[in-house]
Design a protein around this ligand. Structure first.
Ligand code: EPU
Length: 425
């Protein structure tokens, strides 16, 4: 029953730290399947998807717990008896459960799981995952409504992806860790979170080269040869962008600690184009926002292009900027569903297929809105900072999946926002 209630705020001031990335930590957690013993992840965000993945791994033979004295530290103890059948009710909750495919095939030669859940942006096929793993010798059976795959002897392969899919790249490279011989992935995804997974696997004993580039080469090593390690999760560039966007619409002067400018280059340069003063500072990124932003056109692309996950934030910024901007979504055609909610706040947005035209208005006005997914939910909170009156956001369990204390962090910057239980208020 919780809601987030936002009032027009600003200027924001101070510093905010960015926790580890959801889209990295969930995959790093899965890597605990490779090695018996206790793995330690630091800079872990307090988000519900981490809890869900923890339960999923628990059912597969890895005990997951938080360190009692360090809230951002997760301990994952692989008991040495990993199961290969994942429980449906947990798999259906998060998209990252698809990332069990590669490691379980590598370690057990078998995997069975339901079709994974996650945000609903329309169809989210896994054909490239299946094609890549099949080229390595896996055999799939999708006839019972779930995904079952077997591979007694995975072998290396030369795979060129049609599109640099994050999930397909991760599943192929994680399967290749124990395959016989060399696997080359061309047109691989280059997202910092993919590189973080590669870095962890290398620290554990895997052989991967080309990390961060579009050609990854993996040389298989013996099963049982990987070792548990301690690893810090890469900072979350999408959460970092959320605090930049909040300052952009509310005005102010904020340093986002932990944000890595080089991982966010295209976003930062588009924000500069909008008239915001963005600079890389030691250990973070500083934003100074004064006056009204200017509209720009944007299009989403795989990394290093502008991430689709930034888009709801950018659409919100354009909604209050001067002029009109054309937004083109190249990854998920269905990812404009939140536009209706922004319109309830007075935003002037027209969509046509995978394009949107956003005509900036001087003022948004508060209303009751519903968060349709993680990033759009956060964007509605940001929009509320620029809206007269009270904006009440429901559906915030979506926000909890990927944001670590969004409300508390915004309050610390001076925003007027609170989380309330409407049943008792
Ligand atoms: N695609 C296919 N076939 C495939 C795989 C992907 O057609 O076999 C298509 C997808 O339908 C989509 C595009 O390729 O149109 C990109 O999909 P990708 O595989 O790159 O995305 P993902 O691995 O499913 C991850 C993040 C998303 C993020 C995308 C793009 C996780 C758990 N999810 O999804 O994050 O939007 O990459 O960067 O890592 C979020 O965090 O809110 C979120 C949705």
């Amino acid at each position: 029953m919780d809601r987030i209630v936002v009032h027009r705020s600003g200027p924001l001031a101070g510093e905010v730290d960015v926790p580890g990335a959801k889209n990295s930590v969930l995959k790093l957690m899965v890597a605990s399947l490779y090695a018996e013993g206790t793995h330690e992840l630091t800079n872990v965000p307090a988000i519900s998807d981490v809890d869900t993945m923890g339960s999923l791994l628990g059912a597969l033979g890895v005990d997951v717990s938080h360190d009692l004295h360090r809230a951002d530290v997760l301990l994952l103890t692989n008991r040495g008896d990993v199961k290969s059948i994942a429980p449906s009710e947990l798999v259906e909750t998060i998209r990252a459960s698809i990332n069990l495919l590669g490691p379980l095939l590598a370690c057990k030669g078998h995997v069975r799981l339901d079709m994974p859940g996650g945000d609903d942006f329309g169809t989210r096929p896994i054909d490239m995952h299946i094609a890549g793993l099949t080229a390595m010798g896996a055999e799939f059976d999708l006839s019972h409504g779930n995904i079952e795959a077997r591979a007694d002897n995975l072998h290396g392969a030369h795979i060129t992806l049609d599109f640099p899919s994050v999930g397909a790249t991760e599943n192929i490279l994680t399967a290749a860790v124990h395959a016989n011989g060399e696997t080359i992935i061309e047109n691989a995804a280059r997202e910092p979170e993919v590189a973080d997974l590669c870095d962890l696997l290398v620290e554990m004993g895997a052989q991967i080269s080309g990390i961060g580039s579009s050609t990854l080469t993996i040389v298989g090593v013996e099963r049982g040869s990987l070792k548990p390690v301690q690893h810090a999760v890469v900072p979350d560039r999408i959460q970092a962008a959320t605090y930049l966007a909040a300052t952009a619409v509310a005005g102010g002067d904020v340093i986002v600690r932990g944000a890595r400018a080089h991982d966010m280059q295209v976003l930062l340069s588009r924000m500069n184009d909008m008239g915001l003063d963005i600079t890389a500072v030691p250990g973070g990124v500083r934003i100074v926002s004064e006056g009204r932003m200017r509209a720009v056109d944007i299009q989403t692309l795989p990394y290093p292009g502008l991430a689709t996950d930034y888009k709801p934030l950018l659409v919100t910024m354009l909604a209050v900027a001067e002029g009109s901007g054309i937004v083109t979504e190249n990854l998920y055609p269905g990812r404009f569903r939140y536009v209706e909610e922004l319109s309830k706040l007075g935003a002037d947005i027209r969509t046509d297929g995978h394009h949107a035209i956003v005509r900036g208005v001087e003022r948004l006005r508060g209303a009751a809105v519903v968060a349709p997914d993680i990033r759009a939910g956060a964007a509605l909170v940001v929009a509320g900072l620029a809206a007269e009156g009270r904006t009440v956001i429901s559906g915030i369990e979506h926000i909890d999946r990927g944001y670590d204390n969004l409300v508390g962090r915004l309050v610390a910057l001076g925003a007027v926002v609170e989380r309330v239980d409407m049943a008792v208020s």
